[in-house]
Design a protein. Structure first.
Ligand SMILES: *[C@@H]1O[C@H](CO)[C@@H](O)[C@H](O)[C@H]1NC(C)=O
Length: 444
């Protein structure tokens, strides 16, 4: 009976768990404690916490009862997310999976923005009572690392029931683009229409960062519907989608090498700001060419100089090497030759070349020499046929043997011409032909 009872309990728990949570997750997050200035902070500066997410406020029913013991009850939050942004399936991995979404919570103190662009938003005096509440800023990354979300939530002071006020999402955490292709950096936001902060408009800002260098790409003032800054040619927003669906994606008409870097999309409401970051990598594989092509006729055993030029590639990392494919189909790696240093062209792409001194002694009669470039954008190869004249240049022993043969022949000729001395010229010419036959016989 006891066993049966336990089974029923477990089944009920599972059922309740499954139905109550629907597709919205319970998010495990790190709550980052604020540093108390001046004081020595004891203990860790982050707490494990749980976010129970639901689309409707009335779905939160005594969930704290099944919270794990190691989580401080003060760090349980009940989040109502009407737009279900936090209910995306990539934030809700299979139970027991080790790939968990990353989540970090920071306390937030809404403040009027000092950014020139967002200042007009805060002009009308807003209810300070509304701002006087518990605010949290939550940063999330999906378990497959393709999506980032930033969410700002508000709870009446002292309660743990949070409402989502603003979310910002990107589904392009890492984008790779070929040179010259159009690029879309995804960023969309949702703001609670019932919040007093959403009536007065919004602002969008795109910033770029690369190796400590930052610049403003584009700033849009949603209140006056104006682009107030465009620092990048060919960068724009889809204004219809922006106002209609909160789609603030950045469009770059043509990817250039200098576009590679981190992009930060920020959305401003009066007193609030959320941002997500993403990376763009402009990747272009090299074009390869071989010189000279075709190769000049070469005698076996001679050394040929071949040059391979890789151009128009980005980023810098390129592995250039040579291969030889014989007539028998076997491929031999010949190493990377002498590599030149990189040169950067006006469009930001790179050029590098390699010179191969190919010793043809043991290559066989024919084959193909290939230059291979392995690059993050793909592997490229170019090849040239090689045909060797099957004629070894003579070694010292061979030369001495030939001199010997020549001397013997000379002796024979003399002998024959003596014995035929006095006879006609015809005889002499026959003898000369005989001598040639001898040469061919001896030297093959
Ligand atoms: C946002 O707008 C761009 C440009 O119109 C579009 O390509 C993209 O699919 C939109 N994204 C979403 C999530 O609707």
């Amino acid at each position: 009976f006891f066993l049966l009872c336990t089974l029923v309990k477990i089944a009920t728990l599972l059922f309740v768990y499954g139905s109550a949570h629907g597709s919205c997750p319970v998010l495990e997050c790190w709550f980052m404690k604020e540093k108390v200035s001046g004081g020595l902070s004891g203990g860790p500066n982050q707490d494990k916490s749980l976010l129970y997410v639901h689309k409707h406020a009335d779905s939160h029913r005594a969930e704290s009862h099944d919270a794990p013991l190691e989580v401080n009850p003060d760090r349980l939050y009940f989040v109502t997310d009407p737009a279900a942004t936090l209910c995306h399936r990539s934030l809700n991995p299979r139970r027991g999976s080790s790939n968990k979404p990353m989540c970090e919570i920071n306390p937030l103190h809404p403040q009027p923005s000092t950014l020139e662009l967002a200042v007009p938003l805060t002009e009308p005096a807003l209810s300070p009572i509304y701002l006087h509440a518990d605010w949290l800023s939550t940063a999330l990354q999906s378990f497959d690392k393709t999506m980032s979300i930033s969410a700002i939530t508000r709870a009446p002071t002292g309660t743990k029931e949070h409402d989502v006020i603003l979310t910002l999402t990107t589904k392009t955490v890492l984008v790779q683009s070929r040179l010259g292709a159009p690029v879309l950096l995804d960023c969309s936001f949702w703001a609670d229409p019932s919040s007093p902060l959403t009536g007065t408009g919004f602002a969008v800002e795109w910033r770029y960062q690369f190796r400590g260098d930052g610049r403003l790409v584009l700033a849009y003032d949603g209140k006056s519907d104006r682009l107030s800054h465009t620092g990048e040619e060919g960068a724009t927003l889809d204004f219809e989608a922006l106002h209609g669906r909160g789609n603030a994606s950045l469009i770059l008409q043509e990817a250039k090498v200098h576009h590679s870097g981190i992009y930060i999309c920020s959305v401003y409401l009066p007193y609030l700001q959320a941002q997500v970051a993403m990376e763009l990598q402009v990747v272009e594989p090299p074009s390869l060419s071989i010189h000279p092509s075709p190769l000049p006729l070469t005698a076996q055993g001679q050394t040929i100089n071949i040059q391979c030029e890789a151009s128009g590639f980005a980023p810098l990392s390129l592995d250039l090497h040579w291969e030889f494919k014989g007539a028998d189909g076997n491929t031999k790696v010949l190493g990377s030759g002498s590599l030149s240093s990189h040169r950067q062209l006006w469009d930001g792409t790179y050029t590098q070349s390699s010179r191969l001194e190919l010793d043809t002694a043991d290559l066989g009669r024919a084959g193909e020499v290939a230059c291979v470039g392995v690059h993050p954008g793909g592997t490229r190869r170019v090849s040239v046929e090689i045909n060797l004249i099957g004629f070894s240049s003579p070694s010292i022993e061979d030369s001495m043997a030939m001199v010997g043969v020549a001397l013997v022949l000379y002796g024979l000729i003399k002998l024959v011409s003596w014995s035929f001395s006095g006879s006609g010229n015809n005889k002499t010419s026959i003898m000369w032909n005989g001598g040639k036959e001898k040469w061919r016989f001896l030297c093959g």
